[in-house]
Structures are given as structure tokens and as C-alpha cells.
Design a protein around this ligand. Structure first.
Ligand code: MOS
Length: 747
């Protein structure tokens, strides 16, 4: 009897990205790059008014311009059906970003709304002719300001399925009588995703117009498939959506914007494939970003530092046609215990480009307010902000009254403080300086829920000893394909270089939107389910086969490793998948599996946590803020791949630095049109803005989640802006409650 030598699995190893080489060599094909014969090019005409009706649309010069094939307007575009709007809690799947029936209505709902599509032989011809379309509007008064509309705010029915308002005890009363308190308003501006890959859709109808292939820059191929099938009255299986590689999404490609269905409509009209690729400006005009927020956080504490009141209320904007209330109060529902809690989120409806999910929607802006307020309270009390947080660490979820499946936030702070040298911080603002530079340290908590959604996957084990898994999930830069290949390798007991993961195509088993940081565990559980079935099939073959050393074994008496199946504890009694398949003269074994969150997950409050540490230098004369050091310590369950995970966190923190210091989408107050629709004027952080970001992770598995893992895509941005703002306060004594922290606010 020989014993198995246990080798480390693929999970937990720092493999480089499986798609890395393809991306740096240009082999990876993005939506706009697919070569399709006889393709025509579309360009959108965007409305110049915020609200009103199209009185007249004159397409004569456009239609006769060189190369123009067709001009679609609301007067001649194919009729499209209404579909479910993504993210509003509707049970019906789909990816529409708004219920506006673009080009099937003469109503204008926002400045930048597409009102015509010009299709031409070349992109330049289409873009030129689009400038020749003349639109006469009957303008109506538009609601454009969150601040002005606050008196008309409404309490939504729910916030992503959670109550919009919650009350425990009497938080206002406790606040009024408290010895230590802060009561502040924090505001954040609109932000835009600004993924490097611009939005693009290529639509290709079959000749009989019964089926459709669409190449789309999307985070949700199944959602786009569902939406287009419904809009154009097609069978779902006759719509194929391919989004093999996506050059960043950050929520902007989570739902389908106007150009997606308009590309399909245009292709139908011209009876040719059509490419509708948006420019950077076109993306800013017709693809919405994050709502601005206006948040009140009030905290009160007793002499010992126990919170006696926690209030987090405020406003976001949305529109009547998308109705997405961004969940900025979610962190306050889980992070601290307090005798009295009041949470309330209201929305105002504006006539503006529909807002959407963006980079940890809710948690990123919500932690800015909450974690700034905690820092303000700590300063009021003369208490260390880490100690204040530890003192108010709940032992169960304060709102849901459920145990945490995992929560090691104190440990994250302990390690972070040690690594960062927190003890060297002088708590007195303006006390540390190098010449003209004021130095400050800040901390804040990172938080993001752990979501698992239903997903399916298919696995094939081949006679050559390799395996492939497929799922309609997405790789938009996160490392998902690498993580899932690691999972597949370990599930089947194969080396990492013998497995491959295929994704980004609606012909594969259904997977959810790549949003809410859910992919790793959602798809991971489906891959496991598929592998379990495949393993049962393998065992089914050998368990009754005279030629197999495994004849007569029960399934619980075997295990799978080294590319095969072995009797438990006896590595001499077994055979490889290849040997089995060859003997049975089979090319492959295949199986499909489905998984979703199990009932047990309802019994726990499940979140990821982190401690963000920031050092800033602020120029005492110019007010310029430089982040000089950053450390994130993360408690996100078991880490599948430390290399890709660290990259995710660094990316998130980098986005957080943008949110803190440079990013803001600016809208004209009279016209509701974005005025900085370019990377030259909307400032995402560049290399010189970002210091070396140190990452540490606890790697403590969550017993309640698939693989013990959590999603990690979004948590990096959370807490970051507050850590920066808190560091700026420590450096300068100036508390900036209005993002971004630009130098004018510090002078
Ligand atoms: Mo993310 S903002 O949920 O794509």
C-alpha cells in the first residue's frame, strides 16, 4: 500500500493571470475589435436639452451625406419592447439601464439622451452626418439639482431589498443628551466609471432575422441576452451575446445603455452588421455614473466611548425611469453597535442621465461619511480612532441580529497598526511637519457585503488529461478566469496548467452579472457542483469495471488527485482520468452543475472587512495633498490567488484615492449636461498620484462560503476616501466633508 503525498493545491498560489499574455500582446479581442465582413458604423445623436419633446427632426442633410446608409429616429426606428430595468429589485432578469424606449419615443428625459442613429460606411462618415441631424425641441422645465429637489424627496420602498428606514431606540434623543457628539453633513459629487475600454456593441443578425449575435462590452452577457430577446421578440436561445474580454467595467457595463439596443435596431434596418462604438464623450453623455450623495452622520458616545447614538441618513438622486437608490447606509447597518440607531435613505428624482452601480456602490461613499464621523468623534473625545472602533465592535449584526459568519476586523487593525507604525502618529493636528509639508496619518474601516448569486457551469474532462470549464461569467480585469482555473484544478485534482476556463459568452451555462463582487464564489460553487457530478460519473464507470482497481468501491471510499481517482489512503489503487477514458473509448466526460446561496447563508451576516491606513503630505502653502503611503489590511476569507487579489485591492484603493482627491463629474446646473466628458478634465489618478500601496490579508476562511472565499473586487475602494480625509485632518486640522479634497478647500 502506498500513501499519497499531499501536494499543495492551486488555490492559494500566486499564479500570474491566464489572460495576461493575450492582453499585453494584443491577442485578446475586445468587443469593438471583432472583424465582421461588411460591417457598417453607427454614430449617435445626443439630445441637447434635459427635458422636453422632439417637435421636429430633420434628417435630410444627414441622409444625403457621403457614405450614409440610414438615419434612424423615433419616426422610423423598429419598435422595441419595454424590458425589466436592472438593479431595481425586479425579479425579472435583464440588463436595461432605464425604461426609456430610446428612438421609440419623442420624449426627452435627459441631456445626452440618444435621439437618432446615423449608419454609414465608415465611422468618420457616420460621425460627420450625425452633426447634420437637426432637432427642434419643445423644452420643458427640468429638475437638475439634488439640493434643490430635497424638499420633494421620497422614501423608496426598499434599498436593494433592504428597508429604506430603520429605527432602534430613539437616536435623536440620545444624541441630544450625550456628552460627546458629532453631527455632520458629508457630500460626494457625481462620479463616472471611466473604464479604459469604451462601450461598444456589434450587432449581427442572421439573414432570416430570427437570430442575432452581439459582441458587447458588458459585465452581464446573460442580462443583455435576456433584454435583447425581449426587446426584439426573439427566442432567448437565438440571441448570443459575446463579451470575451472587457477592459474594465466598474459597474458601468453592468447594465445595457441605449447604444446596445440601438446597434441591434440599426443592424435590422440596414440589413448589415452594425458597430456602435461610443467615444469617451459619448460614454459620458449616455452612460450614467454614480449619484452624488448628501449624507448626515451623527454619533454620540458616553465617557467610555460606547456609542449611544448612530444616525446615518441622507439623499441620493435617481430618475423615474431607472429608480436606483444607491445604498450608502449599508456600512452603518453592520459596522458598529449602538444603543440607538436611525438609518434613512431618501431619493430625489431628476431629469438627468440615469445613475447606476459604480465601484462599490453605496459602501464607497457611505464609508466616507461614516468613517470620517468616527474619526471626528474620536478627536472630540481625545480617543484613538482605532480604539474607538474596537470598543464599538458588535458581537453580532446590529440590525439583522444574526451572528457574523466571519469577522476579524480587530485583528486587521492590530496588524495594520503594527505594519504602518500607527503608534508614531501624533494625534494633534498640524503637529508633524517636514519643512513646508504637513504630515498626517488616517485610518478607516473598509466594508463590503459577501454576495453569492445563482450560477451554473459545465466541466469537461478530456482523455488527454486536461479539463475545461465553461460559464457565462466575465473577465474584465479582475483575474476571475485565473481564480476559477485554480478552483477547477483543485476540484479535479489536476495541475493548474492542465485546465482552462472559458467565459464571456451567453452560450455557456448562465452566470450572474459581474457585479457586487460575487463572481468568485458564485461561479466557484457552480464549478464545484459540475466537478462533483463529473467525479460521480467517473466513479460510476470504474466502480463496476472488472479492469479497474477501484471495482467495488463506494463513492465515499475514493478521492481525486494527481489527475485521477484513487482508493482513499492507497495511492497504488487508482487510475488516471486519461487511462479510464481511453479504456472506455470516450473522448471526454462532461457534467453541468448549478449552485446558489444555501439556506444556511440566511442565518449569518456575511461581509468582508478591512483596515485602511493612509499617510499624506499636505503643502502648507499651496494646499496640495499627496498620499505618500497607503496600507490596506483585508479580512476577506480565504484568498484564492494572493497575486491577483492584491492587484484587485490595489486597484480599489487607487479608485478610492481618485474619489478622495481628484474625481468629479460636473454637470451644468442650467442644462444638466456633463461639462467634463474627457480624461483630460475628469481626473482619474495617474501613476504619480499613487504611492506604493502595501497590502496584507488575513486569509482566514469563512466557514459559510464556497471555498471559504469572499469577493474582493470592490472592498478596496471602501474606507479609502475616509482614510485620506482623516489623514488630511491630522496633517492640517482641516476637516473636509465635501469630496473631492481639492486644494482650494484647504486654503
Ligand atoms: Mo460593481 S459597481 O457591482 O460592477
Amino acid at each position: 500500500m502506498s500513501t499519497r503525498i499531499v501536494k499543495p493545491g492551486a488555490i492559494g498560489q500566486p499564479f500570474s493571470r491566464v489572460d495576461g499574455r493575450m492582453k499585453v500582446t494584443g491577442e485578446a479581442t475586445f468587443a469593438a475589435e471583432y472583424k465582421i465582413e461588411n460591417i457598417a458604423h453607427g454614430a449617435l445623436v445626443f439630445s441637447h436639452i434635459a427635458r422636453g419633446k422632439i417637435k421636429n427632426i430633420d434628417t435630410r442633410s444627414a441622409a444625403t451625406a457621403p457614405g450614409v446608409i440610414a438615419v434612424l429616429t423615433h419616426e422610423n426606428a423598429p419598435k422595441m419592447k419595454k424590458t425589466a430595468v436592472f438593479g431595481t429589485g425586479s425579479a425579472e432578469p435583464g440588463a436595461a439601464s432605464s425604461s426609456i424606449l430610446y428612438l421609440n419615443t419623442d420624449e426627452v428625459y435627459f441631456n445626452g439622451q440618444p435621439v437618432a442613429v446615423v449608419v454609414a460606411e465608415t465611422l468618420e462618415q457616420a460621425e460627420h452626418a450625425a452633426t447634420l441631424v437637426l432637432v427642434d425641441y419643445e423644452e420643458k422645465e427640468a429638475k437638475l439639482s439634488l439640493q434643490a429637489e430635497k424638499p420633494n424627496a421620497i422614501l423608496p420602498e426598499n434599498i436593494l431589498g433592504e428597508p429604506a428606514e430603520l429605527k432602534q431606540g430613539d437616536a435623536e434623543k440620545a444624541l441630544a443628551s450625550a456628552r460627546y457628539k458629532v453631527d455632520r453633513i458629508y457630500t460626494t459629487p457625481p462620479f463616472n466609471h471611466n473604464a479604459i475600454e469604451l462601450h461598444a456593441t456589434l450587432a449581427h443578425w442572421s439573414e432570416d432575422e430570427k437570430s442575432l449575435i452581439v459582441y458587447d462590452a458588458t459585465q452581464y452577457v446573460i442580462g443583455v441576452q435576456e433584454m435583447l430577446a425581449k426587446k426584439f421578440s426573439l427566442k432567448k436561445e437565438n440571441v448570443r451575446v459575446i463579451g470575451s474580454f472587457v477592459g474594465g467595467g466598474f459597474g458601468g457595463k453592468g447594465n445595457a445603455w441605449a447604444h446596445v439596443s440601438l446597434a441591434v435596431a440599426a443592424a435590422k434596418v440596414v440589413k448589415r452588421p452594425v458597430k456602435l462604438a461610443l467615444s469617451r464623450k459619448g460614454t459620458h453623455l449616455s452612460v450614467g455614473g454614480r449619484t452624488p450623495t448628501d449624507q448626515r452622520v451623527a454619533l454620540a458616545a458616553n465617557d467610555e466611548g460606547d456609542l449611544t447614538s448612530l444616525i446615518h441618513t441622507g439623499f441620493t438622486q435617481t430618475t423615474e425611469h431607472n429608480d436606483f437608490a444607491e445604498q450608502f447606509t449599508f456600512p452603518a447597518r453592520h459596522l458598529y453597535k449602538s444603543e440607538n440607531i436611525w438609518i434613512r435613505q431618501e431619493v430625489v428624482h431628476l431629469d438627468i442621465v440615469p445613475n447606476t452601480f459604480m465601484r462599490a456602490p453605496g459602501e464607497s461613499v457611505g464609508t466616507f461619511a461614516l468613517e470620517s464621523a468616527i474619526d471626528e468623534l474620536a478627536h472630540e473625545m481625545g480617543m484613538d480612532p482605532i480604539e474607538l472602533r474596537a470598543r464599538n465592535e458588535p458581537d453580532k449584526d446590529p440590525i439583522k441580529d444574526l451572528p457574523f459568519s466571519m469577522r476579524n476586523i480587530k485583528e486587521a487593525y492590530r496588524i495594520g497598526a503594527e505594519m504602518f507604525g500607527w503608534s508614531k502618529r501624533n494625534a494633534t493636528p498640524r503637529a508633524t511637519r517636514h519643512g513646508q509639508q504637513l504630515i498626517g496619518y488616517g485610518v478607516a474601516t473598509a466594508f463590503y457585503p459577501a454576495y453569492q448569486f445563482p450560477a451554473a457551469a459545465k466541466v469537461e474532462i478530456h482523455a488527454d488529461g486536461t479539463a475545461i470549464a465553461q460559464s457565462a461569467m466575465h473577465e474584465m480585469g479582475m483575474g476571475s478566469a485565473t481564480a476559477q482555473a485554480q478552483n477547477l484544478a483543485d476540484e479535479l485534482g489536476l495541475p493548474f496548467n492542465k485546465v482552462r476556463f472559458e467565459y464571456g459568452d451567453s452560450i455557456f451555462p448562465e452566470a450572474p452579472v459581474a457585479g457586487g463582487s460575487n463572481s468568485t464564489i458564485s461561479v466557484g460553487a457552480a464549478v464545484k457542483a459540475a466537478c462533483d457530478k463529473a467525479k460521480k460519473k467517473i466513479h460510476g464507470l470504474v466502480g463496476e469495471d472488472d479492469a479497474s482497481p477501484l471495482k467495488g468501491t463506494r463513492f465515499d471510499e475514493v478521492e481525486f488527485y494527481d489527475g485521477g481517482i484513487y482508493r482513499k489512503g492507497d495511492a497504488a489503487k487508482g487510475e488516471t482520468y486519461g487511462a479510464i477514458l481511453r479504456r472506455f473509448e470516450m473522448d471526454k466526460i462532461e457534467a453541468e452543475g448549478k449552485a446558489g446561496p444555501d439556506e444556511d447563508s440566511q442565518k449569518y451576516s456575511m461581509g468582508s472587512y478591512g483596515a485602511q491606513f493612509c499617510e499624506v503630505c499636505v503643502d502648507d502653502v499651496t494646499g496640495e495633498v499627496r498620499v505618500t503611503r497607503f496600507l490596506g489590511v483585508f479580512d476577506c476569507g480565504r484568498i484564492i490567488n494572493p497575486k491577483t487579489a492584491s492587484s484587485q485591492w490595489r486597484g480599489g484603493i487607487t479608485m478610492g484615492l481618485g474619489m478622495a482627491l481628484t474625481e468629479e463629474a460636473m454637470f451644468d446646473a442650467r442644462k444638466g449636461r456633463i461639462v467634463n466628458p474627457s480624461l483630460a478634465e475628469y481626473h482619474v489618478p495617474v501613476n504619480l498620484d499613487v504611492p506604493k500601496i502595501e497590502i496584507h490579508f488575513l486569509d482566514i476562511p469563512d466557514p459559510q462560503t464556497p471555498m471559504g472565499a469572499h469577493g474582493i473586487g470592490e472592498i478596496g475602494i471602501t474606507g479609502t476616501a475616509a482614510a485620506v480625509a482623516n489623514a488630511v485632518f491630522n496633517a492640517t486640522g482641516r476637516r473636509i466633508r465635501d469630496l473631492p479634497i481639492t486644494l482650494d478647500k484647504l486654503l
